[in-house]
Design a protein around this ligand. Structure first.
Ligand code: GDP
Length: 367
């Protein structure tokens, strides 16, 4: 029949086509008397939340809903892709609600980066972006680092209220919440439901000990992230899994580095200098002469310069050039979602190329 089936756990409309989207349930499960979406199923049986993604419109509805509640907001960003994983607009929707900012994936940052310096940098950066968090934490959800401290702070700042956890896809929100669940809940049947008035969006609530809830919201897809231009199978190449090992390059002006076929760095002028690359250890870096770079790219993208893959080339965006004159020594040229290049000396001219739509920016070096 055409009758719309809804999840008994959270009320979301069931669909059987897209496993990573809201409301997914395998076709076979529709024969059961009680149908639950995969997200509720996992929470119920494994005490685990699963990440699902939303369209921008739906996400706005959720943000609007949060703005009308009296709650603590926990916002998670990926420390390795801080700006790319920022959720613009959250400060507006938070209203008077306090926000705790969590920088996840601290395990990727080279040991030489001082944690306090990184936290100070996050505070400043977030202020520049219009958000003044109550507190900032640097954690590794997958390694369990600093999770206790963050959980304690969440419990303190929520002050008897609900907690909404927000973040764009891939920041590690599910991994973080699953860690927290292990810290705060037992083995009870923890699915409950929540409805924002006027929407069909449903979110998952994890009960806390005082009758309040930790609420997992679906992640929004941030279209400016490099990850969306990379084949799923290649994500492991650009997403570092381990502490990043810096690579130092002595470059003469007129030299170019390719980061796979995803990005390019030209050293335009300034004499012989050193540059430090902070990129996934798996990403292949290819050095060439600037004057040959364009031809080399056209000839070898998808093959020697990969990712992208050959079969992706048709839809892969062109690389767009951004030129910078470096004014301060120790400046990072950030390739959103890929990593960064530290330019050690001032007064040099460089150009960074990224797929159209992906962001490039300068910042004072983190290291
Ligand atoms: P979500 O989409 O925000 O819910 O993100 P997930 O929890 O599914 O995590 C996205 C990816 O980041 C997965 O490949 C995780 O293994 C990885 N990840 C999550 N937390 C960490 C972390 O603390 N460090 C590292 N290196 N990777 C992490």
């Amino acid at each position: 029949s055409d009758e719309q089936i809804v999840c008994t756990g959270c009320g979301v409309k069931i669909q059987t086509e897209e496993p990573e989207h809201l409301g997914y349930a395998p076709l076979s499960s529709l024969e059961k008397e009680v149908v639950v979406c995969q997200r509720c199923f996992r929470l119920k049986h494994y005490n685990e939340v699963q990440d699902v993604s939303l369209t921008d419109d739906d996400f706005l509805k959720i943000l609007n809903g949060i703005g009308q509640k009296d709650a603590l907001i926990v916002k998670i960003v990926d420390i390795f892709d801080f700006n790319g994983s920022w959720l613009p607009g959250i400060q507006r929707f938070a209203g008077k609600n306090p926000v705790i900012l969590i920088g996840n994936k601290a395990d990727l940052v080279p040991k030489s980066v001082k944690q306090n310096k990184l936290i100070d940098w996050m505070k400043k950066e977030s202020k520049d972006l219009g958000l003044i968090p109550k507190d900032v934490f640097l954690v590794s959800a997958s390694k369990g680092k600093n999770i206790r401290d963050a959980a304690a702070a969440i419990d303190e700042y929520r002050n008897g209220k609900d907690v909404y956890v927000v973040g764009c896809t891939n920041v590690g929100k599910s991994t973080f919440i699953n860690r927290i669940i292990k810290e705060v809940t037992g083995e009870n049947d923890i699915i409950t439901t929540s409805h924002f008035p006027g929407t069909t969006l449903d979110i998952i609530e994890v009960p806390l000990d005082d009758g309040k809830f930790l609420i997992d919201t679906p992640g929004i897809i941030n279209h400016h992230q490099m990850a969306h231009y990379v084949d799923k199978r290649d994500l492991k190449i650009i997403t570092p899994k381990k502490e990043i090992k810096p690579k130092i390059y002595q470059l003469n002006e007129g030299q170019t580095l390719f980061f796979g076929g995803l990005a390019r760095f030209d050293y335009v002028s300034g004499g012989r200098r050193s540059f430090t690359c902070y990129l996934s250890n798996e990403l292949n870096i290819h050095r060439t002469k600037l004057e040959n770079a364009e031809e080399l790219y056209q000839k070898h993208v998808g093959e020697m310069l990969t990712p992208p893959r050959q079969e992706q080339l048709e839809e892969f965006p062109e690389l767009v050039r951004h030129e910078f004159t470096i004014k301060e020594p120790k400046t990072d040229v950030v390739f959103s979602g890929l990593g960064w290049m530290t330019v050690n000396d001032a007064g040099v001219k460089v150009a960074a190329y990224v797929p159209k739509g992906v962001q490039v920016m300068l910042r004072k070096s983190l290291i």
